[in-house]
Design a protein around this ligand. Sequence first.
Ligand code: 4NP
Length: 153
Amino acid sequence: MSQPSVLFVCLGNICRSPLAEAALRAQAVAAGIAITIDSAGTGDWHVGRPPDPRAVQVARKYGLDISGYRARQVTEADFLKFGHIFALDPKNLKDLHHIEPSRHNAELRLLMDLVPGRKGTAVIDPYYGDEQDFEQAWADVSAAAQALVRRFA
Ligand code: 4NP
């Protein structure tokens, strides 16, 4: 079987999905599992920019450097390139359904559906929030990354 490939998608690709990417990268390395991992945004406002400084800070607090990440917008081609595409909130999922090609084999679902007790819920957008909201986003994506590593182990 080929290596699993995972794409995380939020709105701006500067807060939640980069944190999800970092959490899964770290947990995959720790578990010794090879996974292709990337993140993208449904919007294009922040394309080419580094993550939000508050996201960089919370990642750094947990030992990870995401300052080199750069935002990009999700494309139709991503549905052919990735085996698993996870939306960080229900609006992102809806927007992904709007751009998904008529034929693809990717699994497309809400990220928190992977976490027991969180089916149907969002990783809350921390952009207009504070440090505590970034902590909560980190906790959510870390729980989802743990579920993914268990799944691909
Ligand atoms: P993200 O957060 O989708 O988690 O990267 C946001 C980033 C930017 C905006 C909203 C949410 N914005 O409105 O520009």
